[in-house]
Each structure stands twice: as structure tokens, then as C-alpha cells.
Design a protein around this ligand. Sequence first.
Ligand code: SAH
Length: 246
Amino acid sequence: MDIATTSDTSIPNADPAELTRFNALAARWWDETSEFKPLHRINPHRLEWIDALCGLGHKAVLDVGCGGGILAEAMARRGARVTGIDLADKPLAIARAHALAQDANVRYAGSSAEDWAVGHAGNYDVVTCMEMLEHVPRPAAVIAACASMVKPGGWVFFSTINRNPLSYLMAIVGVEYVLRILPRGTHQYRRFITPAELTGMAGAAGLVLCDQRGLAYNPLTQRFRLNRFMGVGYLLAMRRPDDGKV
Ligand code: SAH
């Protein structure tokens, strides 16, 4: 059976090749001209959107698949108490060193979402899981773990890449082969997730969709912005209902 469709939870829900790739690139995580340039460019936009919806100040936030901490640190600078988790140890080492140097209020742990969920049920006001689900064999399990860790009334933010011919053309052919913004093999088409699939998986985990944005890239200006077109990259804001109401 394909690992992507099995629900056997004894199989680790991580792709070793993905973790090896992120470990190999980790030293350049905070180099804004490196493979991580897109994450640096996206970051102010997603941060504004998240903060406007949930108000990050003094919130307990979990960042799942935090990597080198680009979003985690930015949320901490907005006054959140942030924990970042990731399964790749080199990005985590970079994240720890960077947070120390910047005096950022973030703590980091090497863990999957599913393992961290054990003992952290309902612990967080906000859970973020950005640009990570498309690297995981069974995203539904990560989504369910994220949902279980947020308090009633709390927010869960996801971002990933849609799956359709246009997203193949833009996110793989365009980004990896033509513009060469990301190394070849960074993304696998079969792991892309449609907004309907993501909303469905999150709904099955008890989350309700509150807001959504598309992620647009202009290759001429090399700028990103959030808009209404969700055909390629996109972000979803979900909430765990509070007493049956959002
Ligand atoms: N969320 C960050 C980093 C995105 S890169 C940001 O948007 O800035 C994707 C990250 O997901 C990498 O750091 C990688 O190590 C991590 N990752 C991949 N599979 C994972 C898994 N199964 N569990 C936890 N982290 C994972």
C-alpha cells in the first residue's frame, strides 16, 4: 500500500529524503539570497495576515515544521510566546543560534506534530504550519495533531501548494527549472494539496475555515503578495470552535 494512503500510525509520518534535504541546506537558512529567499520574502505578508486575524501579542504559539525559525522569530517579535518544532536537527540548531543572537523569545524542540501533541492537547492559542504539509507523507495526521493542540476558540494557520496543471507549471517548472529559485526536487507534485482537500482534512479534525488567501509571485519585481487567487500557493486560517460557535 502506498505510504501516502495508509493510516498505519506505526510508520513514521516523515520522509527521510525531505529531512536530509532541509538538513543539507540549513546553514543558508537566514541568507536572504539563498534557497530560502522565497520564505524571507513571503514572511512579512503572512505575518501581517496572521497577526491581524489572531492578535499575536502574549499568545502561546506553536510553529509546526518551523525550520530555521523565520516565522517563529517574527511572531515572537510581535509579542507571542513561541515554540517551534521540526524533525530536521540542523535547521533547529540554526534556529536556536539565531534566536539566541537576536534575543528572540522562542524555544525549539525536535519533534513531529503527532509526538508533540501527546501531552500538549489544547495548549496553544495559535498553531501555525506553513510550507510544511507538502513535504509530509500523511498530511491529515499532521493537521489532526495541530487541531488537537489548539485551545477552543484558537486559531490554526496552514499554507501549502494547490494541485492542478497551473501549480505544476508555476511551482515546479517555473520555480525549479526556469527561474531556478528553488533547487530541483524541492517539491513533488503528488504531495500538493487542494484547498478543498485541506479544508476537508481540517474539518474532519474539528476546525472551521475562517479566512483564505492566495500567494502571488511577480517574477519581474521578485515580490510576493497575498490575494484572492488560490490556484498555486495559498494560506488558510482555521479556528477550533468555542462552545460550538466561532
Ligand atoms: N515553516 C517554515 C519552514 C518551511 S520548510 C517556514 O515556512 O518558514 C519545511 C520544514 O518542514 C523543514 O524545516 C522540514 O525539516 C520540516 N519538516 C518536513 N517534514 C516534517 C515532519 N514530518 N515533521 C516535522 N517537520 C517536518
